[in-house]
Ligand binder design. Structure first.
Ligand code: GDP
Length: 282
């Protein structure tokens, strides 16, 4: 199954990002630390061309820390600057600024060598909806910048936020939609709450989530739902959880939709612990 976005909408978003790109020296792409690959925008690669890019793995506080380290190692091997950030942690935001400043310095050095007078390096934040763009811009600006909304076409006058003397950030992010031919990508984004619940059947998303937890985080699953052993049968597991959590209909039947909702909310709110849905090289 493929989720189709409105093609006109996407083309417009892409054009807007292309316009803004002309204004900046490098790009800060935000992805979700729990699914860095699925939350990446596949279109960005062609739009960026030669523009340097750094990655920020947002919502690090919700992701599996061991896996986040693996992702950071992976980006290092690819020679792509990357940091993991919990927007609530000042030191994470500071670490990001240091990496961004290094990228800015490289640009300034190049200008200097060409005999051009250095000016502050300029960057913009890009990412799919809900990844944490506005939150991060507010942290970097140390004030609240109005959210422009996840719809292209709502452009206000752009302003530059002076993050450091020699580093400025565009106050409006570039928004690109996820595009997924692969249904797994859809399930991952739905599980972490990046795409609207109405886009995919909740029970299918919950079955994917349970399946993933069974194979990768069985201890967490067992402790959350008081399981003596983790049953590999997803349907039986759903039944068990439904009964345990009182998701019942008259007559004592388990309401699977309510059960699915419980499982997904538990994951999104970190009730299992810190979980990531992807590993590099998979
Ligand atoms: P945008 O659509 O990309 O601008 O995303 P927002 O900045 O509006 O963030 C989407 C949601 O993610 C909000 O509920 C934020 O509070 C939350 N959020 C952003 N950054 C973080 C983070 O580092 N950790 C956690 N746990 N939540 C975050």
């Amino acid at each position: 199954m493929t989720i189709q976005w409105f093609p006109g909408h996407m083309a417009k978003a892409k054009r807007e990002v292309q316009e803004k790109l002309k204004l900046v020296d490098f790009v800060i792409e935000l992805v979700d630390a729990r699914a860095p690959l699925s939350s990446q925008n596949p279109m960005l690669h062609q739009v960026l061309k030669q523009k340097p890019k750094m990655y920020v793995l947002m919502k690090k506080d919700l992701a599996d820390p061991v896996r986040t380290e693996k992702w950071l190692d992976y980006y290092k091997e690819q020679q792509i600057p990357a940091v993991a950030v919990d927007a609530g942690e000042k030191q994470d935001v500071q670490a990001l600024i240091i990496v961004a400043k290094q990228m800015a310095e490289e640009k300034m050095e190049r200008l200097k060598r060409k005999g051009i007078r250095p000016r502050p390096a300029r960057a913009m934040i890009i990412g799919i909806p809900n990844v944490g763009k506005s939150t991060l811009i507010n942290r970097l600006a140390k004030r609240k910048i109005a959210k422009t909304g996840d719809r292209p076409g709502i452009t206000t006058n752009q302003q530059w936020i002076k993050v450091k003397k020699d580093f400025e950030l565009l106050d409006t992010p570039g928004i690109l939609w996820p595009k997924f031919e692969d249904e797994l990508v859809g399930y991952r984004l739905a599980t972490i709450g990046t795409i609207k619940d109405q886009l995919l059947p909740l029970e299918e998303v919950a079955a994917y989530t349970l399946n993933y937890l069974q194979s990768n985080y069985s201890n967490m699953l067992a402790s959350r739902y008081q399981l003596e052993e983790v049953n590999n049968n997803t349907e039986e597991l759903m039944e068990h959880i439904g009964r345990l959590r009182g998701c019942l209909e008259s007559g004592g039947l388990v309401n699977l939709e309510k059960t699915a909702d419980v499982i997904i909310r538990d994951l999104r709110t970190g009730k299992f612990g810190r979980v990531s849905l992807e590993l590099p090289g998979q």
